[in-house]
Design a protein around this ligand. Structure first.
Ligand SMILES: [Zn+2]
Length: 190
């Protein structure tokens, strides 16, 4: 019980559901040439401004039909929701993206899979001492990188020592997902 209490205290007040994102991602901001695009927001994106598109979920392929008929290079790398890419897939994405000035990158919410690639990309383009996951959350979106598997992959790919504090945050999230709101009310009455 002591451990459960500790988890509870670490939750931030008024924390919204970590799946939701109050701002959309429709290619409105880019990081060293990579522009996150949530497939849900694809209809808001002005594709004419971009040179190429990396699609990480098959649902993104259905959005291709909204493109005009001009040549638009697309790289499709199918990664399951919540999963991490392989090192070879990241290499392929980076090789592709570096050929163009403005490249869209998409999964469903543009947080997990997209956030994973973006964390690696930003760190490689401008290496600093800052933790790559905390950094992508600071500069892009606090929802970026959704699972422990993705987080561990980022450290592994970049050859960095895993940040225990960041990884602990994923355990807390998973715990809150299991218990949801009922956990809150149960805890208050404890
Ligand atoms: Zn977001």
């Amino acid at each position: 019980m002591k451990n459960l209490k500790r988890f509870k205290r670490k939750r931030k007040p008024n924390q919204d559901n970590w799946f939701s994102c109050t701002k959309g991602h429709f290619g409105d901001e880019g990081f060293y040439g990579l522009y996150p695009l949530s497939v849900r927001d694809a209809f808001l994106c002005d594709f004419k401004q971009f040179d190429a598109w990396v699609i990480l979920d098959s649902l993104g392929l259905s959005a291709v039909k909204i493109l005009d008929t001009r040549e638009f290079p697309v790289l499709f790398v199918n990664i399951r929701d919540g999963d991490a890419p392989t090192k070879e897939e990241v290499d392929r994405i980076i090789d592709f993206a570096e050929n163009y000035d403005k490249v869209l990158i998409s999964c469903i919410g543009a947080h997990g899979r997209t956030g994973t690639i973006l964390a690696i990309w930003i760190h490689l383009k401008d290496p600093t001492q800052e933790d790559p996951i905390l950094r992508v959350r600071r500069v892009y979106c606090k929802k970026a990188v959704e699972t422990m598997k993705q987080a561990e992959f980022i450290y592994d790919y970049l050859g960095l020592k895993p940040n225990k504090e960041v990884l602990k945050d994923f355990q807390i999230r998973r715990f809150n997902l299991w218990f949801g709101d009922s956990w809150d009310s149960w805890d208050r009455s404890w």
